[in-house]
Design a protein around this ligand. Sequence first.
Ligand code: SF4
Length: 291
Amino acid sequence: MSHADEAHHELLTLCSALGALLELHRATGASGLPKATAELARERGWSAEPVVVPTQQREEAAGGRGVQVPAAPLPAAPARAPSSRVLLEPSLPVAVPATLEERWARLKALEAAVADCTRCALSQTRTHTAFSRGDGSSGVCFVGEGPGAEEDRQGVPFVGPAGQLLDKMIVAMGLKPSEVYVCNVVKCRPPDNRKPSPAEISACRGYLEEQLALMQPKVIVVLGATALEGLFGRSESITRARGNWRLYQGIPVMPTFHPAYLLRVPAAKRDAWQDLQAVVQQLGRTLPGRG
Ligand code: SF4
């Protein structure tokens, strides 16, 4: 490809990314316009390439549960074909059945067990447990904090206002909400929508681990600080963590803001959209409207 062709290709790519971002703003009601993708990427040291995790880090991740791999600065790289993506093999903590049917049977059995769970005090105040939604066929799992009032009433995660925003973001990524697996760190609603306690997160963590092990996602998107704490076991600032790839059991994880936060602070959608674009790239997919 000549230099002129490369420049033309880059211009088309930037135009397409901007168009997709404007569509997200239109769909989600954000205010304000972001800087151009390439400018932001240069400022923040992001690469336009999917995350590539060195072999040593993969081995470290495979050696323990929930091992965090420090997010190394992603080197700027020339445009490469999608086939150059590094696909990470999950290293999972539970015995995983070989077939999809068996994995779904296990998930159904787990959902039934969760419905009767009394491991923590949240069981005393819930109406329904909210286990999951979506079939995960896109390879993406979103992990949130816990059910709210509407989720408690319907027994399904992310069906309230935050869930509606999440669906718009999923569509803007070029995915269908039905092909994304969505779950929470805790399956029962904390009263008054308070943050779940460390004890409650710990009591419910085994369910989340098994869900992720059975789903075998290509990418996990962690929504908010509580979900991040639930997955990695320690409190962190989501503002600092977001946008940086890390590993959970060998699976690439992208932390970003919770949709409920985006409803309160629409300006943060710009950063969240950058994170979700990185997820689309990691999947080897293109944004809607991009040739
Ligand atoms: S939050 Fe989790 S551990 Fe607590 S009762 Fe509900 S399902 Fe069980």
